[in-house]
Design a protein around this ligand. Structure first.
Ligand code: FAD
Ligand code: NAP
Ligand code: SF4
Length: 672
């Protein structure tokens, strides 16, 4: 057994969990409508079959005021129970265990009926909460208890009471959002009464043999939040009130410190859970940026926590636990913490999925079946699109030859993984490397495919995944060797000067900025440096765990430019864009919009902004001005009458990302 601590059973007294993996709560968007529960049941069943010790559903509101959004998931009436039975039955049929998270959004609820401990607006919704009256507080506690009881009726193994991330319970506990002067506020003891009463009365309602996980905010990452003494006091009271397990909560949603994005080091917050060890006797769960078994094992072996929570990693790979148990961790499809298909989707009111696993939350519809007729396919291009297509075709029993002109698989992902904070992207290439070998794809690297070579092989069809070519600009002076493309820098390691202008502020322009300002080693590999740079006090000697941020000086002076007016990075992804903007701002990168590029010469880059011409005295320019589809091969094949399918950047370059590339490759291969 490679991971003895990960696979040690956990005895809870009335039940024993088979291992130390908790699939943490994750909103998928399937919780909101009864008609989506068959899909949700299949999603949980797959993960139960994958061996996870205990799962927690996405947040379910105990009443209408607590809805995260209008008509969100709610368990308040007996007739709501039936849909939840589908989840519990599907999970239990696979030998799994499942708890339901009770989440009251409080002032984070995205509707005008929202309530709070006090009438204090949150910075992340447009609504101002109504302060709950004392009777309203009592009614809300009763709604939590009713919800817990209904969850038990629905067959859940337990509940998780969401007391962190800045939702209603957290809002009661923190002085920042609780300015009451009645029995529910005014002192730390009174502010804590709300969660304590919820846990105490829920325990009384559900009896002893039912799991109650309490998600305790241990690092608020906002001002006027809890002190460490208050956190310990609350933890002890929660234990006395009857909780079974304490789960660690990190960061309110309004915090300006990233807590789960890929640039956060793995296991960054374990010290916070460790600090509570010995203060209570309940099992403690640690969380955030734990995505591989060796990280989980290290945490458990050092006694820092009793369980590890992973949500997105189990979205990325339903078989994560079984693979780890079988000594096949190198076959795990690792969550790269990009948020692109999970959290970003949920924030856009779409169903969650996963960039590296497009079947996530689509298990009933994107089904990979054995091919009825076995065919021979060529896939040209081993970037994300081609890798997904080739491996899915081979899994179905087709014979597949995958070509790439490069000496390694991965296409543009080989550049992405070099960006500081994006090291995780290498895991996807490790995963696909094994999948190619396991599924029997014939890989021909260092081979540029053309019509003649493909034609001579007698393939039934060719899948063209040749990606993109960077857009070249014909501005005067741009033929100077000091004007580089992002490929020159990230693939070919061409030297870059100390003062640099980046042309184009899309995803790649921002990434280039981070590459140019960060010194080695990347902060992602150094928790201490990362915490210093973001002003995080992992010892929690300061309230909320916030201290002054001390960014390391930038390696270069960088100007980030775009032609359009308005804020740079406005089109970056919803849940990660602000992190990229904050990182570059902290490194003094000058961001300029509304730019016309005039010329480059020995004086630097001449630009016009608001009608005024100026010269940026830079010694290098890096062009990140988008891409064009690389369709040369596709067009030639089609002209030659070869059956051809075009996917990824070769199909459409605009707004291309790996999410689309992998999903398109997988879906095409599932249909052929
Ligand atoms: P590519 O990855 O471009 O692969 C095409 C492959 O085809 C290449 O390997 C090439 O060698 C091969 N090829 C071309 N012609 C031939 C031929 N004739 N014969 C043989 N082989 C050929 N996306 C995200 O979703 N999230 C991110 O955070 C992200 N960050 C990025 C950061 C950087 C710095 C860069 C450069 C890109 C980033 N991307 C990101 C974009 C993402 O990598 C691309 O969207 C994705 O790689 C496109 O996949 P693809 O398979 O269509 O093409
Ligand atoms: P992009 O996001 O489309 O950005 C292209 C940039 O170039 C824009 O700032 C654009 O803005 C500028 N531009 C376009 N045409 C130009 C021209 N003719 N002259 C000068 N400037 C021009 O593309 P990208 O940065 O190349 O990224 C490619 C894809 O990779 C993206 O779609 C993205 O989804 C993906 N990616 C994602 C991430 C991520 O973190 N999720 C990171 C990297 C890449 P103006 O026209 O205003 O100048
Ligand atoms: Fe992880 Fe990205 Fe998949 Fe979300 S979309 S589960 S962050 S790999």
């Amino acid at each position: 057994m490679d991971y003895p601590h990960l696979f040690a059973p956990l005895d809870l007294g009335f039940t024993t969990l088979p291992n130390r993996v908790l699939m943490g709560s994750m909103h998928t968007g399937l919780e909101d409508r009864a008609s989506d529960y068959d899909r949700l049941a299949r999603y949980f069943a797959d993960r139960a079959r994958g061996g996870v010790g205990l799962m927690v559903t996405g947040g379910i509101a105990p009443n209408i005021e607590g809805w995260l959004k209008p008509f969100g998931g709610r368990l308040a009436m007996p007739w709501h129970v039936g849909r939840h039975r589908k989840l519990t039955a599907a999970t239990h049929a696979e030998g799994g265990r499942i708890c339901m998270q009770i989440l009251h959004g409080g002032r984070y609820s995205y509707h005008p009926l929202q309530v709070g401990a006090s009438k204090i607006k949150s910075p992340i919704t447009p609504f101002t909460p109504r302060a709950l009256s004392p009777r309203g507080v009592e009614r809300t506690i009763r709604d939590f208890v009713n919800c817990a009881k209904l969850a038990q009726d629905a067959g859940y193994d337990g509940i998780e009471i969401m007391g962190s991330e800045g939702y209603l319970i957290n809002q009661f506990v923190a002085a920042r959002t609780n300015t009451r002067n009645d029995e529910w506020g005014g002192s730390a003891e009174k502010r804590m009464r709300f969660p304590i009463e919820i846990v105490r009365r829920s325990r009384a309602a559900v009896g002893a043999n039912f799991i109650i996980i309490y998600r305790l905010s241990m690092l608020d990452l906002v001002n006027d939040a809890q002190s460490w003494q208050e956190i310990v006091q609350l933890a002890k009271a929660i234990e006395a009130a009857g909780a079974t397990i304490i789960n660690t909560g990190i960061g309110w949603h309004e915090a300006r410190v990233p807590t789960i994005v890929t640039s956060v080091p793995r296991g960054a917050f374990v010290a916070v859970t460790r600090k509570l060890k010995g203060e209570v006797s309940l099992p403690l769960i640690t969380t955030n940026r734990i995505n591989m078994p060796e990280v989980a094992e290290r945490i458990l072996a050092s006694g820092d926590a009793d369980m590890v929570s992973m949500a997105r990693p189990l979205l990325a790979d339903a078989d994560w636990v079984n693979k780890a148990r079988a000594g096949k961790a190198d076959r795990i499809n690792t969550c790269i913490a990009c948020n692109q298909a999970c959290l970003d989707h949920v924030f856009e009111n779409r169903h969650a999925s996963c960039l590296v696993n497009p079947r996530a939350c689509h298990e009933t519809e994107l089904v990979i079946t054995a091919a009825t007729v076995r065919k021979r396919y060529a896939v040209v291009g081993a970037g994300p699109a081609g890798l997904a297509a080739a491996t899915t075709l081979a899994d179905r029993g087709h014979r597949v030859t995958l070509y790439d002109q490069s000496s390694e698989i991965g296409g543009q992902f080989n550049m992405a993984k070099r960006i500081p904070g994006k090291e995780e992207f290498a895991e996807t290439l490790r995963y696909f490397g094994h999948r190619l070998a396991d599924s029997g794809v014939e890989l021909r690297l260092g081979t540029r495919a053309d019509v003649a070579a493909l034609g001579s092989e007698g393939f039934d069809a060719v899948i063209v995944a040749t990606g993109v070519t960077p857009r070249m600009l014909h501005t005067p002076g741009f033929d100077d060797p000091r004007v580089l493309s992002y490929i020159d820098v990230l693939r070919d390691n061409k030297p870059v000067g100390k003062r640099v202008a980046i042309i184009g502020a899309g995803g790649i322009g921002f990434d280039m900025g981070e590459f140019l300002v960060e010194g080695a080693p990347s902060p992602t590999t150094d928790i201490g440096r990362w915490a210093r740079e973001w002003g995080v006090d992992l010892t929690i000697e300061h309230r909320g765990g916030l201290i002054e941020a001390k960014p390391e000086p930038a390696e270069r002076e960088v100007f980030l430019l775009q032609r359009s007016e308005g804020r740079l990075g406005a089109r970056l992804n919803k849940t990660t864009g602000w992190v990229h903007r904050a990182t570059l701002k902290a490194k003094q990168v000058k961001m300029i919009g509304g730019v016309s590029y005039e010329r480059f010469d020995d004086a630097g880059l001449h630009i016009t902004v608001n009608g005024k011409t100026q010269t940026l005295a830079v010694d290098s320019v890096v062009v990140c001005a988008g891409q064009e589809p690389n369709r040369t091969l596709a067009d030639a094949l089609i002209a030659a009458g070869v059956p051809t399918h075009v996917i990824g950047g070769a199909d459409v370059a605009a707004e291309l990302d790996a999410k689309r590339a992998i999903a398109q490759g997988t879906r095409l291969a599932a249909d052929l």
